[in-house]
Design a protein around this ligand. Structure first.
Ligand code: HAM
Length: 409
């Protein structure tokens, strides 16, 4: 006899039961509404990519987390860990025909072989917003503004989250002033991104291994205490634009935001819950060279990735586990088989009027029907018995207000 197959999904992969879908839909609805409100165009691609496109530079965590395999023709294939390389590939492929700046959005399923912690799974959905072909900091402001808008649509306020903003260019200038040569900056960024995730002593060791002297390591840590971004034109402009757009209260300067991906070149940002309970809600920044690294024309770009895992945990904790389950639609039931056709006719009529109708599939006692209607989240319920058919009217019950109204059958 064959061994029993486990009922559990592979470690880190998620099943979405109907109650989970309620949350996922709430989050995705906000993603889509904000993308639309900010004028982004949807795009999509397959979750499978060539490994070569996704393979990362040494030191980038994502590189070690890629799920990859060989197909039957020995092609080296991978599941995408993020959407950005695919986006770069798609843009490079049609670079001549596309009209820039592009504002593209997608909700992409991504896979990373992560160490499982709170808010980190091996598979997640990531809302991506990218503006390609625009140098102006207004692009950063629009991308961040859209993500803040989505959080507000989900029911959060700026008391619940803050977008921590910095600039790699600014940090690079500070490092250069301390005498740390630009060739070392990429390594320094990746090491500093580990701050808070590993002890400073280990980061110092990483920096020394990367070629920094003891003094330079000390200078690097001193830079991490910088509290003032004045003199950094792009950050000054970004904060001014956020003020004008009305979301300055969501932003704060934070030199420690570096980002773990090496393609960022300018403004970088990461959104966190204010209580500091969860990992990053979303992250992104400017990445002006990615297209050239895959062979495309030089093109400026800015974008973000906003996962569904952390935000759903945050929403549940701030709004309550059941906050996504809105009452909706009409449940229609009947007492005896003789009322089945009338119930089906009523359901069809209501559906034609645009209602969501959950029709009972067999005759039931009223108590059982109403308890099911309540549990399944119906806003209204109609139960047909022999008397209703005789009179040609039925009672439609508002489940929350417990009020009844008569409708013609
Ligand atoms: P990232 O910071 O690696 O950036 O991921 C962005 C967001 O995806 C994170 O802030 C988090 O919400 C979510 N996320 C990432 N990994 C996981 C995981 N294992 N489980 C749950 N959620 C996760 C990027 O991926 C960039 N490509 C974003 C970007 C787009 N930059 C420019 N355009």
């Amino acid at each position: 006899m064959a061994d029993k197959i486990s009922f559990e999904a592979p470690r880190g992969m998620r099943d979405f039961y109907p109650e989970d879908m309620t949350w996922r839909n709430k989050v995705f609805d906000a993603f889509r509404a904000s993308g639309e409100a900010f004028g982004f165009e949807p795009y999509d691609a397959c979750v499978v990519e060539s490994y070569e496109l996704l393979a990362r530079k040494a030191g980038e965590e994502v590189g070690e987390q890629i799920y990859h395999f060989f197909d039957k023709s020995e092609r080296h294939i991978a599941l995408r860990a993020e959407m950005t390389p695919t986006l770069a590939r798609m843009v490079a492929q049609r670079q001549k025909e596309l009209r820039f700046p592009l504002k593209w959005t997608t909700i992409a399923q991504c896979f990373r072989y992560e160490r499982m912690t709170k808010g980190r799974k091996r598979e997640h959905y990531q809302w991506n917003l990218d503006i390609i072909g625009e140098d102006s900091v207004l692009a950063e402001a629009e991308v961040i503004g859209a993500a803040v808008d989505a959080l507000k649509r989900m029911g959060l306020t700026t008391a619940d989250f803050k977008v921590h903003v910095s600039s790699r260019k600014f940090l690079g200038e500070l490092l250069a002033k301390s005498g740390i040569s630009p060739e070392l900056h990429a390594q320094v960024f990746l090491a500093l991104d580990k701050r808070g995730k590993m002890p400073d002593s280990e980061i110092a060791a990483m920096l020394r291994d990367g070629g920094l002297s003891g003094d330079e390591v000390a200078a690097t840590f001193a830079i991490m205490d910088t509290k003032d971004y004045s003199g950094c034109a792009e950050l000054e402009e970004l904060f001014a634009l956020a003020e004008t757009a009305g979301f300055a209260d969501a932003l704060q300067f934070d030199i420690s935001v570096i980002r773990g991906l090496s393609y960022y070149t300018g403004v970088v940002f990461e959104c966190f819950d204010t209580k500091g309970e969860f990992r990053a809600i979303f992250g992104g920044g400017r990445y002006d060279n990615l297209l050239t690294t895959i062979g495309g024309e030089p093109t400026s770009a800015v974008g973000l990735g906003f996962g569904d895992v952390v935000v759903t945990e945050l929403l549940k904790s701030r709004l309550g586990e059941n906050a996504a389950a809105a009452k909706r639609g009409v449940a229609v039931g009947f007492m005896f088989p003789e009322q089945r056709d009338a119930a089906l006719r009523l359901a069809s009529k209501l559906r034609a009027e645009g209602e969501r109708v959950d029709l009972a599939l067999r005759a039931q006692k009223p108590k059982k029907f109403f308890s099911h209607a309540d549990q399944s989240g119906a806003a209204k319920a109609v139960f047909l018995g022999p008397d209703d058919l005789q009179r040609g009217v039925a009672k439609i019950k508002d489940m929350a207000a417990r009020e009844e109204k008569e409708i013609a059958l």
